[in-house]
Design a protein around this ligand. Structure first.
Ligand SMILES: Nc1ncnc2c1ncn2[C@@H]1O[C@H](COP(=O)(O)OP(=O)(O)OP(=O)(O)O)[C@@H](O)[C@H]1O
Length: 525
């Protein structure tokens, strides 16, 4: 009860008695002011009481607050961070910011508060939602479900769970959640961007983030032959992305050939033929198409000097004339070259020393002089495991010969259906100018062969090759130099540039002819 009430009544009664004594007034005039005083005091008491919260009820974890004849209904959602067993570096703070930004743009009649409780040496956060309405439990539960869906999309590691509130108080969280800390920024949120994101794709790759949720996206089949580049630091998700792409192509009846530098696709692409050391695709290097390309490939990998390249060229022409396509004949012809000068002797023995690699060790497993015809069809829809070839130069020569066999097949036969040649650790091939590879990347597109170039070191790939990959999928990349090269090649804005090293595993910036501006997508396994 109001503590001022008794003295006021006493004063009123005293004044009335005084007036009664002085003016001999009728009794009614004594009672009237007393009654008026009591009414005034009581009305003040009751009106005053109406200014504070009159009641808080809690129905099925939904609270209701009545104040000044208005009713507010809401719920408290505990925010907790979910750490997955194999991921310990989850960006909770970034996800919380995403969530707040997204919720801040909602306009469905709710007020939202993020409350961070700091007590018992522990910080924890909760999202309080309130709407002015009564008997609207369903509205509140619907909003809770919507918020949980939004959270799943924009902050996959944060979990919103409705939690009980105390019956008689405005909800103030006590020990909610296991989130380390939560900063609630005073941020002015831009009005929702009206980005007209193109969603015209044939091969689904994942989902891109929009204002409120994620939208599925991918690439067009027609863009396969305009070549694809997949870049990212080790473990960022490159080979998983490539495998998803290959699998989706396979399901559509498209063929892929994977040059698997480290043998990491065998388990991922079990539905393709596996070409490994038990099932080697053998090559006769001397029967490979035009001589210029063979000289270019060997010259590049074996670091042949120009005179050595020329000598090799003349020897290969003589082999064709002789019609004996074996490496022994090559050595015999090379040995028979006149040593007319010291210079010639040096060139000849220098070349012999370098091509020695083609006759020893693993070369004996991968090259076969007896083979007359190599059937490229045996390579389509295959993973070619290169990891058993221990000499890296020999590994490069073998895989470049395979590239040659496949590209020659496409150029000559122009098969009706496009295919994708996936080149892992592409910096091992495209690190310096090489006429054969440059010709390859500019020409094969016309014949239905697309290249998918994968590398953790895009700065080691020649600018010409980088420029020729029209679709780029960039996973998290740490090196500033690599970031700069890619950002320049895509004209990335500052926010995407800054995001490049913060992308989570499986997230990537994608730029493709069917997607108007580069966006971040989450590749879906
Ligand atoms: N989109 C994704 N969704 C979920 N997990 C993923 C995704 N992409 C990759 N991962 C996981 O991340 C790990 C590394 O992926 P992946 O091997 O594809 O990376 P990488 O960039 O090819 O690595 P490296 O350069 O070492 O070959 C794997 O355990 C894989 O399962």
């Amino acid at each position: 009860m109001n503590s001022r009430l008794p003295p006021l009544i006493l004063i009123s009664v005293g004044v009335a008695l005084l007036l009664f004594q002085i003016y001999h007034l009728p009794l009614v005039l004594l009672v009237l002011p007393i009654l008026l005083s009591i009414v005034a005091v009581l009305s003040q008491y009751f009106l005053g009481r109406n200014n504070i919260i009159s009641d808080t009820v809690n129905k099925h974890q939904i609270f209701e607050i009545k104040s000044n004849n208005r009713t507010f209904t809401g719920a408290v959602l505990k925010i907790s961070g979910r750490i997955e067993v194999d991921k310990n570096n989850v960006g909770f703070q970034k996800e919380l910011e995403n969530l707040m930004e997204t919720i801040g743009r909602r306009d469905v009649g709710f007020e939202y508060y993020v409350i961070t409780n700091l007590s018992k040496k522990k910080a924890s956060s909760a999202l309080v939602i309130i709407k002015e309405c009564s008997s609207c439990e369903d509205d509140i539960l619907n909003e809770v479900r919507d918020l949980q869906d939004i959270s799943k999309a924009v902050s996959p590691h944060l979990h919103l769970e409705i939690s009980p509130t105390s019956e008689k108080s405005i909800p103030v969280p006590t020990s909610w959640g296991n989130l380390g800390y939560a900063k609630v920024y005073h941020k002015i949120i831009d009005s929702p961007t009206n980005l007209s994101l193109s969603n015209d794709y044939d091969i689904e790759l994942g989902e891109m983030k929009t204002d409120l949720t994620y939208v599925k996206t991918g690439i067009k089949l027609a863009d396969l032959t305009r070549h694809i580049g997949i870049f990212g630091s080790t473990g960022s998700g490159k080979s998983t992305t490539a495998s998803i792409l290959i699998k989706r192509l396979y399901e559509r009846g498209y063929k892929s050939i994977v040059l698997d530098w480290h043998g990491e696709y065998i388990d991922k692409l079990k539905f393709l033929n596996i070409r490994n050391q038990d099932n080697i695709f053998k090559i006769n290097p001397l029967r490979l198409g035009n001589i210029e390309d063979i000289v270019e490939i060997l010259g590049d990998v074996l670091n042949l000097t120009d005179p050595q390249k020329f000598l090799l060229y003349t020897v290969l022409i003589r082999i064709r004339k002789v019609g004996k396509f074996d490496l022994k004949t090559l050595i015999r012809i090379l040995r028979s070259v006149d040593e007319t000068s010291n210079w010639m002797r040096e060139v000849k023995y220098g070349l012999l020393r370098k091509i020695y690699l083609l006759f020893v060790g693993d070369a004996k497993k991968i090259f076969d002089n007896q083979i007359e015809k190599m059937d490229p069809n045996e390579l389509l829809n295959s993973v070619i495991d290169l990891s058993f070839i221990s000499n890296l130069r020999l590994r490069r020569i073998y895989s470049m010969f395979i590239i040659k066999i496949i590209s020659d097949y496409y150029i000559r036969n122009k098969p009706s259906q496009n295919a994708l040649l996936v080149i892992e650790e592409a910096h091992n091939y495209f690190h310096k100018d090489n006429e054969f590879l440059e010709k390859l990347i500019t020409e094969v597109r016309k014949f239905g062969l697309g290249l998918c170039i994968i590398s953790q070191s895009p700065s080691s790939i020649t600018p010409e090759v980088l420029k020729n990959t029209n679709t780029k999928i960039i996973h998290s990349i740490k090196s500033d130099f690599d970031k700069k090269i890619l950002a320049e090649s895509l004209s990335l804005d500052l926010s995407l540039y800054n995001a490049m090293d913060k992308l989570e595993i499986g997230e990537a910036i994608i730029s493709a002819p069917n997607i108007k501006i580069p966006v971040i997508i989450k590749i879906k396994m």
